[in-house]
Write a protein that binds this ligand. Structure first.
Ligand code: GDP
Length: 368
């Protein structure tokens, strides 16, 4: 009887009948796990941990809605984890409506990839402002790196400050580092490391996981909400590191004349249409290939070099056409290619930005 066994990697209920559904485990592996010979991982998490491969599993929008509704019914502290490298892409639309009266602690994760020159206090203010603009009013905003144990420790103190004996729910879009954070907390509290599966593949945490705290209240990890228009969905496993930078980003500034174009590999494009010669700074993974060309020849260049010089996408990859949006910022602004990075643009410049159809391109007041 396996009716009450759950995968310790992703939290899905274990089952031995449908290899394509969440929580699948072959009968024989289940027997081993039950006899204590091996740990209770579903096949998917097992493979992910050992071979870094992924199998797609269907999780419906209804599941997510149900999860979000649960937040409003609970009496809890909601910890919303966002990726500061992909802030716009990691907001949960309408979260403020779902949380009810529960306080929200906003956690900006992956602070370690931002340039050291960046003033942390300024960035935190920026983060709060952006949250407010989206209707979310956190009790506090924290900047941290889930890879840093002392950051985890101070987060735990902040959580204690606001939770008042209540449960704590962790929510976030996939790939924000929520599992890494929970693992860090586990390590801190129980000395168990890497119990929950973490990976770069969007959508690997499937079901709720409840960790008991000393006073009996729970620390609850929820499934990462999948943003369909994350750039990650269009990248091969080998190229995912481009949207999950692991090293400090070195900004690259280009002095551009009008009618010049920058390609961010074959994934995105930026045209400087009108304005005086000026500096444009690209914030993206250090390995992302950037190519400058004339606007005049850019269309043709893209058609010929996509998948070749402009890689990724790789040859033969299914990749949508790039969609174009025009901007004229009134103040110094970032043009954000959701998940990939951003380009800082001076006030008054007339520019066009391109990303795959469905991936957001937005303008925001400059972060740096
Ligand atoms: P989840 O889908 O939100 O649970 O995200 P994961 O915990 O699986 O992390 C997604 C990716 O981000 C993985 O490649 C992690 O190694 C990486 N990651 C998580 N936290 C951090 C962090 O604080 N800094 C950096 N640089 N990468 C992180």
């Amino acid at each position: 009887n396996n009716s009450d066994l759950y995968c310790i990697g992703c939290g899905a209920k274990l089952q031995t009948t449908d290899p394509n559904a969440a929580g699948y485990l072959p009968e024989s592996s289940l027997a081993k796990a039950q006899s204590g010979e091996s740990e209770l991982y579903c096949q998917r998490c097992f493979r992910l941990r050992h071979y870094n491969e992924i199998q797609p599993v269907g999780l419906t929008d209804d599941d997510f809605l149900r999860l979000l509704n649960l937040l409003g019914q609970a009496d809890a502290l909601i910890v919303n984890v966002v990726d500061i490298f992909d802030f716009n892409g990691s907001l949960i639309p309408g979260l403020h409506r779902f949380v009810g009266d529960n306080p929200v602690l906003l956690v900006g994760n992956k602070a370690d990839v931002l340039p050291k020159s960046l003033r942390r206090a300024k960035l935190r203010d920026w983060l709060s402002h952006q949250a407010n603009a989206n209707g979310l009013h956190p009790v506090e905003t924290v900047l941290m790196s889930a890879k840093n144990q002392s950051d985890i420790e101070s987060l735990m103190h902040t959580i204690e400050k606001y939770r008042n004996g209540r449960d704590v729910y962790f929510v976030g879009v996939t790939n924000t580092g929520k599992s890494t954070l929970i693992n860090g907390i586990l390590k801190q509290t129980a000395g168990v490391s890497d119990l929950i599966t973490t990976s770069r593949f969007p959508g690997t945490t499937l079901d709720r996981i409840r960790l008991e705290m000393s006073d009996g209240s729970g620390l609850i990890d929820t499934p990462g909400i999948i943003h369909r228009n994350q750039m990650a969905h269009y990248l091969d496993a080998k190229d995912l590191r481009l949207v999950s930078p692991s090293k400090v980003i070195r900004p690259k500034t280009y002095q551009l004349n009008d009618e010049q174009t920058l390609f961010l590999a074959g994934l995105a494009r930026f045209d400087y249409l009108r304005g005086p010669r000026a500096g444009f700074t690209v914030y993206a993974d250090n390995q992302l290939m950037i190519h400058r060309t004339k606007l005049e020849t850019a269309d043709d260049f893209y058609d010929r070099q996509k998948g070749d010089l402009l890689q990724p996408p790789r040859q033969g990859d299914e990749f949508p056409d790039l969609a174009r949006v025009e901007f004229t910022p009134k103040v110094d602004s970032d043009i954000v290619f959701a998940g990939l990075g951003w380009i800082k643009v001076p006030a008054g410049a007339v520019v066009a930005a391109y990303a795959p159809e469905g991936v957001d391109v937005v303008m925001r007041p400059a972060m740096i």
